[in-house]
Each structure stands twice: as C-alpha cells, then as structure tokens.
Design a binder for this molecule. Structure first.
Ligand code: NA7
Length: 532
C-alpha cells in the first residue's frame, strides 16, 4: 500500500507530489491525460491564456524556479504555461512518479485497513493510505443538451477537447461558436479574423474588459525578477491572491471626476484591475454597481459599430463583476467584421443540431465546424464523475446531491483520509489558483506529517465541524449580488440535471482569512477533525 494517491497532474498535483516525495513518502499521481498539465494540457483552443499576470500565476515555493523561468508575455498563452509546468516537473525530477492515461472511475474507502482502493478504466488498481484530489475546479466539461448533437457531419468539439495532435483548419471555414463565457470570448477573438465566417450563438452575454497583454522585454523581465519579494508579499495580502486589490477610498467620498478618472485608468490597465481594484461599493451596493455597469456598457457601445449588436452584447440580467469577468483582446471589435454574426439564442433558441449545421427557431445555418464553448460542471463535477464511496459505503455523489458539504473545503465527513485540494468551499476556488493551492497543499502535507509522526491512520472531519463550516459558507452568500448571478461561480449549469439553483461553491471570506483559519485549526490540534 502506498502512502498517498494523488488524482490529477495539474498545477496542484505537481506541487503536492513534490512535497510528498520530499518527505520520502511513497506517492503516485494518476492522470487521465496522456501527459501532465491539467487545465493547461487540455484547453488548447486558440486564444487560451492567463487572465492573471504570468509571474503571479507561477509557483512561489521555489526562488530558483522563479528566477530560471522567463515568461515571455505578461499574460501567457496556454502553450507557454504547459511548457512551464513541464519545466517545473523536470526541475523537481518527479515525472517518473506520474502515471498517465489513468481515468479514475472509482475510489472506495476500506474501513478495516484505513485506506483507499482506487480503480481505473483500464482495470489498474492502486491502494493508498491517503487519497488526494487534485482534480481542479473546471475539469468536467459539459456539452449542451441539444437534440441531434451526434448527427452533425462536420467537425465539432468542446473547447476543452480541442485536438492536440493536429491543426484544425480554420481558413475559409464556416464556423459556429456556442457559448460566450471566458472561453468563448477568448476563442472568438482569436479565430474571428482567420475563418471564412463565424456565427456566435449567445444565450446571455458577459461583461468583458480589455486584457492589455504585452510582451515582456528584457527591462520588464529584470524588473519583475527583482520584484520577487514584493510580488509574493502582495499576493499574500490581497483577498483574491491577485496583484489587484480594492481601492481604499469610498465611492461616496470621491468626486465624479475622481471616480471617472479611476474607472478610465482601470479600463486602460492590464489585467483584473478593472474588476478587482474598484471601490468596494461596486461589489456591495447594487446602485453603485449599476453606475459602473453603465460605464462599461458605454465602452462596449463605443467599440461595436452596429448599435443593435452592441446592445445585444451588454448583459441585462446581472451587473458587472457578479459573474466571472472575461478579459479580452479585440473581442468587441470582432463583431465589426462583415464575416462575424451574433445570434441571440434567447430570442431565437437553438432547436437542434442538424447533419449540416444548426437550426434555430428562425433559421437553418450550415457549418463546417461547431465549437462548443459551453463550460463545465464546476467544482464538484470532477468528483461526481468518480464513484467515490466513503466509510460504510456512502457515496460522495449522494452526499453532495444538493450541493457540496465540506469542512474547510478540504474534507467531507464520512470520507476519511480523503483530502480535496482546491475543493469546493475552499479559498482556492475563489482566488488566483496557484498561491491558494500552495497554501492548501502545505497545510495538508503538514497534517499528513503529523499523522505519520503520531502513528495515526485515520483522519476525518467531524459532522459538527462540517455543518458549521457549510453554514458559514452559506451565510457568506446571504444578500450578495453574487448569489443572484447564474454562472459556474454559483454552480448553475443548464446542461447538468439539478444544477438550476444556487450551490454554495466558494469560500467568500478572502484568501488571507482562509489561510489564517487553516493555521488556527492546526494550532488547536486539528480542531474539527477526528484523528485515530
Ligand atoms: P462558462 O463561463 O460557464 O460559459 C459557458 C457558456 O456556454 C455560457 O455563455 C453559456 O450560456 C453557454 N451555454 C451553455 N450551454 C448552452 C446551451 N445549451 N445553449 C447555448 N449556450 C450555452 O464556461 P467557460 O468555459 O467560458 O469559462 C469557464 C472558466 O474557465 C472561465 O471563467 C475561466 O476561469 C476559465 P449561459 O450563460 O448559461 O446563458
């Protein structure tokens, strides 16, 4: 029996494996893909890139890695990020401890031996004391439930499964994109000038804002390398572990001139500042949010030539920032091309996919390629897709039927020795991913060290601690604008049964408070956990 089995060779699995190997433990990574990288292995669609500054997305645990790796763009594209994760893995010398092409189908806790038995689609079986979920939060892609989806005779795929072994011919092709979340927005912007024609099927628009990406020249390289300490100090202080944080002034205390000056500056600045460096009231007060939303709506109107198309691209059902804000590069300008058409899939719904294209209530379209940018069964989907059975045979899927229930977003009562890194209801889910997963990994590795040192074989969240944590998570949503928005943040997905109401997926207290809570729990002898 191994000490630990990690599922997933993405950003989390790589660091976790490194820490466990460093302790001399027998750990292996099981990865469904044919290589490492997780999100950055799968999502190869044109335009896939960071919305976080590259150097804030890289790992912080090794100064050597930070110094040796040179990001070429402030917001790196998928190929570069995948190269980075390979570089880190080889530098750490842990590749041999990863098994690829392992689709984990089931995991069962053995109450007699306090260990997990993990089954894979190809019949392989692994047994380990600890089962560590490094599954990511957006790794269960969902196709739309539209009649006829299997009948289309052209090329079609979900963005997550963009072919990796060949180039997809775009030039001259009649292309459809369904979905306008962050993925659709990136893909549309990138392919619009390259295809013969592009038809975008949009159900609900998102609020998008410019990324302002740029190459990192030698001077900027030297500058960010020299700023190592400041970068990570800042990431440790901000609520979302981003380089952007709320403006300390109150919206109500500044003049209109000052307010507009800030907003213009944010709209013209790189990265998530346009979302996160605003006045706190934009997030908290619907009336203030409405004023900012109108400011952004005017920006959209100024960038789209056809006023009717511009109005269609402006969200009417939620205010700016209450869903994930896609950052874009010439997204709105794409709609000024004669070859790009925007279909309102609310007004004229898609009725079916046909052999030759897409039929809406109004028109029959013909396409060569259909791209489904239709999102994910967020946070819990990747756990639900594995038949996970805890103590006494209870299924995690059943326990989470109406939404996740966890303690610290790390464990679920009744599922001993199972840790979810970046699990639902943790801060990893609601902040810049790498800094947050490093904190979760460090904490979990310390706990495992503690258990081993004390000859303990079993650790389980107590039902009371779980209930209190989940109640606190739910309370965090009360009265917020976020709770009313229907997106993957809140677990909505029209393509998954039962995902038509708010699910309390994220810890909303901010990353620093979350880390302090973890430290406090450990300092109190792992309060809320039963150790045996
Ligand atoms: P998202 O943000 O969940 O977007 C999915 C999009 O697909 C969204 O516009 C949906 O419209 C649309 N959708 C889903 N099903 C359908 C059907 N059946 N018909 C029409 N349109 C549909 O996923 P992304 O992949 O874009 O982004 C996920 C995250 O990955 C992103 O935020 C980054 O953090 C990285 P809806 O809004 O439901 O009306």
């Amino acid at each position: 029996m191994r000490d630990a089995i990690i599922i997933g060779a993405g950003v989390t699995g790589i660091y976790l494996l490194h820490r466990l190997k460093d302790l001399g433990l027998d750990a292996t990574v099981l990865e469904a893909g044919d290589d490492l990288g997780g999100t950055w292995y799968w999502n190869r669609y044109p335009g896939a890139r960071f919305d976080s500054e590259s150097y804030s997305y890289g790992y912080s645990f090794s100064r050597e890695i930070f110094d040796e790796w040179n990001w070429s763009e402030h917001f790196a594209g998928q190929p570069e990020t995948l190269r980075y994760l390979n570089f880190v893995t080889d530098k750490l010398g842990i590749r041999d401890h990863m098994q690829f092409g392992c689709q984990v189908t089931a995991a069962t806790f053995d109450d007699d031996n306090n260990c997990w038995r993990v089954e894979m689609a190809d019949g392989r079986i692994e047994t380990g004391r600890y089962l560590l979920g490094a599954l990511g939060i957006l790794s269960a892609p969902t196709l739309p439930r539209i009649d006829g989806i299997d009948t289309f005779e052209g090329e079609a795929f979900h963005t997550y499964y963009w072919p990796k072994d060949r180039d997809v011919e775009l030039a001259g092709k009649r292309v459809a994109v369904i979905g306008t979340g962050a993925t659709g927005v990136q893909a549309i912007s990138e392919i619009a000038p390259k295809v013969g024609s592009l038809t975008v099927f949009q159900r609900r628009p998102n609020w998008c804002a410019p990324l302002h990406n740029a190459r990192i020249d030698e001077a900027a390289q030297a500058q960010y390398k020299a700023s190592h300490d400041e970068i990570f100090e800042k990431l440790s202080q901000t609520r979302g572990s981003f380089l952007h944080d709320v403006d300390p002034r109150s919206y109500h205390d500044v003049s209109e001139e000052e307010r507009l000056a800030l907003w213009e500056k944010l709209y013209g600045s790189p990265g998530f500042g346009v979302w996160l460096s605003n006045f706190a009231e934009v997030f908290l007060e619907p009336e203030v949010n409405a004023v900012y939303s109108e400011f952004i709506a005017d920006k959209i109107r100024s960038r789209v030539n056809d006023p009717e198309t511009a109005e269609r691209l402006i969200p009417k059902d939620h205010g700016f920032g209450n869903q994930r804000v896609p950052l874009e590069t010439r997204y709105y300008e794409a709609y000024n091309l004669d070859t790009v058409h925007l279909i309102d899939a609310m007004a004229t719904p898609i009725e079916r996919i046909t052999k030759t294209g897409i039929k809406t209530s109004e028109e029959d379209f013909e396409f060569d390629l259909i791209i489904y940018a239709t999102g994910f069964d967020s946070f819990t989907g990747s756990y639900d897709r594995i038949d996970i059975r805890g103590s006494g045979g209870q299924k995690l899927r059943d326990k989470w039927h109406d939404g996740p229930v966890t303690y610290l977003g790390l464990q679920a009562a009744g599922f001993p020795n199972l840790f979810m890194l970046a699990g639902p209801q943790s801060a990893s889910a609601s902040s810049n991913f790498p800094p947050s997963i490093e904190a979760c990994v460090n904490w979990t590795v310390e706990m495992i060290t503690h258990l081993k040192a004390n000859n303990l074989e079993r650790v389980e969240a107590s039902p009371g601690a779980e209930e209190a944590w989940t109640d606190a998570i739910k309370a965090g949503y009360k009265g917020t604008m976020l709770a009313r928005a229907k997106s993957w943040f809140t677990g909505y997905n029209s393509n998954v049964d039962g995902h038509d109401k708010l699910r309390h997926m994220m810890y909303l207290g901010g990353a620093p408070t979350y880390r302090a809570t973890l430290a406090d729990v450990a300092a109190k002898g792992y309060e809320g956990f039963e150790l045996k």
